[in-house]
Design a protein around this ligand. Structure first.
Ligand code: MTE
Ligand code: MO
Length: 312
């Protein structure tokens, strides 16, 4: 077990000036919604105004974004209840600060890193991603964050590290859903190291130009847009580098239904339903689900030679 030391800060020479400027802009945006109440604007008005100031980063889709309201009231976050409406109602009890992320396992610079220090590691970008839940619905979400590789590179994984495991907060005092035995707590997820290093994989801290609402995984989460939503672990507290493929909470709960890879794949049906189509939240006609959620050009080469029916 690692002991938290004050020395667990990442070197300051890796923090260029530009990052501080970006961060100031981000924090200014985060005050926007509070102001909106006074002006009588709806949160969607404010979100639209904010987006006028955002510069969609690489890989952003030009598709219409899901409304702020839908993104923040239709959630899967079982630590706050299993109904889609539960997290928006009950996640107010989550305390976003202080927040530390423990980095350990097969890594040269393990430590307990303060989230505010992690926020300064790289410029925050706006990334508009398609997201697909294994349940058959999808959204387009404008995330704020930076590629996870920015963090991974700086903590220097050892050559023996092949996978990354994410552990999320499981605090009964703050999370009413953790009392229910619906999953094995804490919620854990994992990626192969090359997936975690892929430029699409985000360490996300906001959406619609704002800090993350609690129900969306505040204060920091993973986003892997070519995989089913459950791979995008919310409210993470630990990143562990390991040699063997880790077992995620969903694999443990239902190994026949949820594999480690969980790449969006319209050709591999879930044992209880087809994955060929999806309903974009806010729309009525179903859409065809795209291989790798439409990110095949970016990610398919990572799986060449892998039988995607076996490694689902
Ligand atoms: N800790 C934690 N992370 C989680 C979940 C959860 O229950 N607990 N649900 C997952 C699922 S199934 C989905 S679809 C996405 C939903 O993210 P969103 O509510 O921000 O759209 O979060 C994922 N991350
Ligand atoms: Mo999901």
């Amino acid at each position: 077990m690692l002991i938290r030391r004050p020395a667990d800060t990442l070197p300051s020479e890796i923090t260029p000036q530009a990052i501080y400027r970006d961060r100031r802009e981000f924090l200014r945006a985060a005050g926007g919604l509070a102001l909106a109440g006074g002006l009588g604007l709806t949160s969607d008005d404010v979100a639209a105004a904010k987006l006028a100031n955002t510069r969609p980063g690489p890989y952003s889709t030009g598709e219409e974004m899901t409304s702020y309201k839908n993104i923040t009231t239709y959630n899967n976050f079982y630590e706050f209840g299993t109904d889609k409406a539960d997290p928006a109602r009950t996640a107010g009890s989550l305390r976003q600060r202080p927040w530390t992320v423990q980095v350990d396992g097969l890594v040269r610079r393990p430590g307990s890193y303060d989230l505010d220090a992690l926020l300064k590691l790289a410029p925050l970008e706006d990334r508009i991603y398609r997201m697909r839940c294994v349940e058959g619905w999808s959204m387009v979400i404008p995330w704020v964050g930076y590629p996870l590789h920015e963090l991974i590179r700086r903590v220097e994984p050892l050559g023996s590290a092949k996978f990354v495991e994410f552990t999320t907060l499981a605090d009964r005092a703050q999370m009413p859903g953790v009392h229910a035995p619906v999953l094995h707590w804490p919620y854990t997820e994992g990626l192969r190291l090359d997936e975690a290093l892929h430029p699409l994989t985000l360490l996300a801290v906001g959406l619609y130009g704002e800090t993350l609402p609690n129900q969306n995984g505040a204060p920091v989460r993973i986003v892997t847009p070519w995989k089913y939503g459950f791979k995008s672990a919310k409210s993470i507290v630990r990143i562990r580098f390991v040699e063997a493929q880790p077992e995620s909470s969903w694999m443990r709960a239902a190994p026949r239904e949820y594999g480690f890879y969980s790449n969006v794949n319209p050709d591999v049906e879930h044992p209880r339903w087809s994955q060929a189509k999806e309903r974009r939240i806010g729309e009525f006609t179903k859409r065809k689900t795209l291989m790798f959620n439409g990110y095949g050009e970016q990610v398919a080469q990572m799986y060449s030679g892998l039988d995607l029916r076996k490694f689902f």
